[in-house]
Design a protein around this ligand. Structure first.
Ligand SMILES: Cc1cc2nc3c(=O)[nH]c(=O)nc-3n(C[C@H](O)[C@H](O)[C@H](O)COP(=O)(O)OP(=O)(O)OC[C@H]3O[C@@H](n4cnc5c(N)ncnc54)[C@H](O)[C@@H]3O)c2cc1C
Length: 438
């Protein structure tokens, strides 16, 4: 391979890098470098919101979800103690649903697609650094399986090395926070009243998610609040079991206990990170290496696809030999991507905080339980289809102020609700509003 062989180098054939590469025109010559091409077994990226499916359709890649025993998800079943109700995605009426899947199977489909494309070369390699000349990224250095090192050059390098990115520092201001951890298991032989729904269980001090990922298998994600990872010793595991059983609906307990006995508990940190890129020629960040939000609402893949649509739009018609136009396209991508992801980010981070405040959690549950616009409206934001920030904020504050009469009848509680809602949303909004480029 010589220096002029590729227009684009993509680092990481994960959800973002793989889908980005597969969505490029056949005339663009692409090198995709992935650290590990074997199928991963991981607990991330397993619930795709309707907005993600819609974006995949726009990218003409909807078929990547086929043949992997993915499961339809029609909406959410919310559970708080003995109170339960379901909300269906509004989009279900229009034939768009959410989908539960095994992330590894989805990645295998993506990588097969890359291997079939004549304009794409997919190699296994660990990118150790980016090459830079005159303040421009000109390529990468990666190590191959046999330990040898290879340098490759391209006019554009797209960095998609995921949540634990080691390369983002060169291209952005890193302000990563760990808000909590998710602990994951697979539940089998569950008999649920609403099998084709995501279950959001908010009965205890930490939220739990349960959703189908393939036939007779549901992912359970148990939140462990705070920045520290859970202890995995025997005693801690017994304590965890006891606490989860207190919260889990009766019909899930036997399956949970069996899974705890038979499977290793998988743990992942849940990050929040605002994407703030440096002005750097020849490269751009995409996916979790650029921007992360709490995964409670399953918005990460949808946000990545929204970014891909934005980036593709800006790259359309750009001559890769024209450095100035290429630089302009990257600037435009960073400047404009926010509109596609801000509501996903705000809702994810705000809802997680709401669930840590008992009174707000209660108010939120009551609000959604009313049904109609009060349920479908917020869910349309969560689904990644409705991207109106004013609409999101209207519902957010209506949760806290759904009983204006309480300003008179229960003023202390009502002021507390309002104050806490404001305390939660203000820093999140501020973070979303920081300039996309510095
Ligand atoms: C616990 C948890 C649950 C989640 N659940 C959901 C969900 O249900 N729905 C949803 O939409 N989102 C979810 N997310 C978020 C979602 O998984 C991410 O937004 C999405 O995977 C981002 O894609 P990515 O390509 O940036 O990263 P990844 O999919 O992780 O891909 C990164 C790729 O880069 C490769 N790589 C890394 N370093 C190098 C290197 N140096 N050289 C070469 N290759 C490299 C990796 O091997 C990997 O294949 C969840 C996140 C967490 C933490």
């Amino acid at each position: 391979m010589n220096a002029s062989e590729f227009d684009i180098i993509v680092i990481g054939a994960g959800v973002a890098g793989g889908v980005f590469a597969a969505s490029q025109p056949a005339s663009t010559r692409i090198l995709v470098i992935e650290r590990d091409l074997t199928e991963p077994d991981r607990i991330i990226g397993e619930l795709m919101q309707p907005g993600g499916i819609q974006a995949l359709e726009q990218l003409k890649l909807r078929h990547l979800l086929e043949g992997i025993d993915a499961q339809e998800v029609n909406g959410y079943n919310l559970i708080k103690g003995n109170d339960r109700f379901t909300i269906e995605y509004d989009e279900v009426q229009k034939g768009i649903k959410g989908i539960g899947l095994r992330n590894g199977k989805f990645l295998t489909n993506i990588r097969k697609e890359l291997q079939q494309r004549e304009n794409i070369t997919l190699v296994q390699g660990n990118v150790i650094r980016m090459l830079e000349h005159n303040d421009t990224i000109t390529g990468v250095v990666y190590t191959q399986e046999d330990g040898t090192t290879v340098s490759q050059h391209a006019k554009l390098t797209i960095v998609c090395d995921g949540p634990m990115s080691i390369l983002r520092e060169k291209l952005s201001k890193v302000n990563k926070k760990v808000t909590s951890h998710f602990m994951g298991l697979v539940l089998k032989d569950l008999e649920l009243e609403f099998p084709s729904y995501g279950h959001m269980i908010v009965s205890g001090a930490f939220p739990i998610l349960v959703y189908p990922i393939h036939t007779n298998a549901y992912r359970i994600l148990i939140d462990y609040p705070g920045g520290k990872a859970p202890k995995m010793g025997k005693e801690s595991m017994e304590k965890l079991k006891e606490e989860v059983i207190k919260i889990l609906p009766e019909e899930m307990i036997a399956s949970f206990l069996k899974a705890m006995d038979e499977e290793p508990l998988k743990v992942m940190p849940n990050h929040s990170m605002k994407g703030q890129a440096f002005r750097k020629k020849g490269a751009a960040l995409l996916g979790d290496s650029l921007n992360m939000r709490h995964p409670l609402t399953g918005g990460g893949m949808t946000a990545s696809f929204s970014d891909i649509l934005c980036l593709n739009d800006k790259l359309t018609g750009v001559d890769f030999q024209n450095e100035k136009n290429l630089e302009q396209a990257i600037h435009e991508y960073y400047k404009n991507r926010g509109r596609g992801v801000e509501t996903i980010n705000i809702l994810a981070n705000a809802l997680y905080e709401v669930f840590t405040d008992d009174e707000l959690k209660e108010a939120c549950f009551e609000y959604l339980q009313k049904g109609g616009e009060q349920a479908i409206g917020p869910l349309s934001i969560l689904s990644g289809i409705n991207k109106s920030k004013p609409f999101l904020l209207k519902h957010f504050f209506k949760v806290a102020m759904q009983h204006p009469i309480h300003f008179i009848t229960k003023p202390a509680k009502q002021f507390r609700l309002y104050k806490n809602a404001t305390r939660i949303i203000r820093p999140i909004l501020k973070e979303e509003e920081v300039p996309a480029m510095i």
